[in-house]
Design a protein around this ligand. Structure first.
Ligand code: NAD
Length: 465
């Protein structure tokens, strides 16, 4: 079976390479010629564990290729996966322009039956509109062009950046939304290897499939904002309230579960911020309010400022101070800085006349595009970043930061403030080398956590990502 994946980004590239690994013949296409050219030369444009090997293996076995000749690829494929971007408009509504141009291109190019699989995250009603738009476009084509039937399938993607390859091969579920039996049979064929390992399959309508994706992200966003507010309350209560101990106890309740209960500077990345807003706006367009999600977004919009406040409090004034930020990507194991809270912290500190020394293990190239100016210094490692700084902020929970030699960090700094926005350090250890430590919801850093409870906290840490 020949497959085209339209949009070779974080999702399209992983899905394309993964489907090729199932033995299907896949062409990944994109309107970004540079991206396709570098992929054709064997260069992977994103940092994603395991992706390089997966791509190389399938290119070598001639099951995976890259092309900018989108029309040709569509014509040669039975199934077209649409994995283009669905950015957020200023008003929070999902911008579907990339979806519509992909749909127009498919309708323009097709000469026989196609299955159009919408992988992108889209508001409820998009598959129906796409179906109507393509039918309209095909019916206006002059007779004799060979244009024919097609089916639309809503098949949302749930993979997480940083573990995308693992998630593709071991998903929690596959959701297939369509009324067409023919398309269901083809989708089952495509995902047969997952069916064989007993992945749960949900067959449903376009609308339920579309809503499932936004609902999943919105629900996780609720958990994150909930635990962040709990952490803020712990900070206010003082030394004897530790959010990790509470989160651990919450997580032991099977109705709640331990995941996504790790406090920090708020959720970021490409998906959560835009998908929560898009769900709110989609609800509004149906005359409904989604107040729980509105609250989660409102909490999140302010949460990174808590980190800025801690730096301000610790340094008394931010004016002219030098702050090292370790970690710029929106979470560990990705180079993606889209909507990264760490970048937002940087922007807020720059606005208050701080100078920044920045380091991220993978996201430097992406961060350079968004953080600019004479007061921004990009450093080659964390040693260089902390040199001469008044404060160090942990912006992303990369494993390599967890094992930093805090004594050495302290020696290279001018000041003694450690703002651990990801709660990755042992408070007692940080204090023992002379740091003033501010975490998130760990009693403002003044608390001594007993050894046993610290272990419990680390269990929560280990299971949240
Ligand atoms: P991305 O920005 O990394 O990639 C989108 C790609 O589509 C770009 O390379 C762009 O050039 C290309 N494109 C745009 N219009 C095109 C067209 N007409 N034809 C061919 N290519 C075109 O985006 P992403 O992170 O891969 O996300 C894609 C979709 O998947 C979004 O809807 C997103 O919400 C959803 N999603 C993302 C993730 C994630 O973790 N990134 C997870 C699940 C779902």
């Amino acid at each position: 079976m020949h497959i085209t994946v339209m949009g070779t980004g974080y999702v399209g590239l992983v899905v394309g390479a993964g489907l090729a690994d199932f033995g299907l013949i896949v062409t990944c296409v994109d309107i970004d010629k540079d991206k396709i050219n570098s992929l054709a030369e064997g260069k992977i444009p994103i940092f994603e564990p395991g992706l390089q090997d997966l791509v190389r293996r399938n290119v070598e076995r001639r099951r995976l290729s890259f092309s900018t000749d989108i029309k040709h690829s569509i014509r040669n494929s039975l199934v077209i996966f649409v994995a283009v971007g669905t950015d957020m408009r200023q008003d929070g509504v999902a911008d579907l322009s990339q979806i519509w141009s992909a749909a127009d291109l498919i309708a323009d190019s097709m000469e026989e039956y196609k299955v159009v699989v919408v992988k992108s995250s889209v508001p409820v009603g998009t598959a129906a509109s796409l179906n109507a738009r393509m039918r309209q476009s095909l019916s206006s084509r002059s007779p004799g062009t060979g244009a024919s039937e097609f089916d639309v399938v809503s098949n949302p993607e749930f993979l997480r950046e940083g573990s995308a390859v693992e998630d593709f091969f071991h998903p929690n579920r596959i959701v297939i939304g369509t009324a067409s039996e023919r398309a269901v049979a083809i989708a089952k064929d495509i995902y047969r290897p997952l069916y064989l390992i007993e992945t749960p399959f949900v067959f449903t309508t376009w609308e339920s499939a579309e809503l499932t994706k936004y609902a999943a992200n919105a629900f996780l966003a609720l958990k994150v904002s909930f635990v962040n507010e709990l952490a803020n309350l712990c900070d206010a209560v003082g030394p004897n309230a530790d959010v990790h101990v509470i989160a651990h106890s919450l997580g032991l309740d099977r109705r709640i579960g331990p995941k996504f209960l790790h406090p920090g500077p708020g959720f970021g990345g490409y998906c959560f911020p835009k998908d929560t807003r898009a769900l709110i706006e989609a609800a509004r367009s149906y005359g409904e309010e989604f107040r729980t999600v509105e609250a989660a977004v409102a909490v999140n919009d302010r949460q990174f400022l808590r980190v800025v406040d801690k730096v301000r409090k610790g340094l008394e004034s931010l004016e002219g101070k030098v702050v090292a930020i370790l970690g710029l990507s929106f979470k560990m194991n990705t180079d993606d800085v889209r909507e990264s809270r760490s970048v937002k912290i940087c922007e807020a500190l720059l606005a208050e006349n701080c100078s920044l020394r920045l380091f991220d293990p993978a996201g430097m190239a992406q961060a350079r595009r968004v953080l600019k100016g004479d007061r921004v210094t990009f450093c080659s490692d964390s040693d260089e970043a902390v040199e001469g700084s008044d404060a160090v902020v942990i912006g992303t929970e990369w494993n390599e930061f967890r094992n930093l030699d805090l004594r050495r960090v302290k020696e290279h700094m001018r000041g003694d403030l450690l703002v651990d926005a990801r709660n990755i350090f042992d408070i007692a250890k940080a204090k023992s080398v002379g740091f003033r430590y501010y975490g998130m919801g760990r009693g403002g850093g003044e608390q001594k956590v007993p050894a046993l409870e610290q272990t419990a906290a680390e269990n929560v840490l280990a299971t949240t990502e």
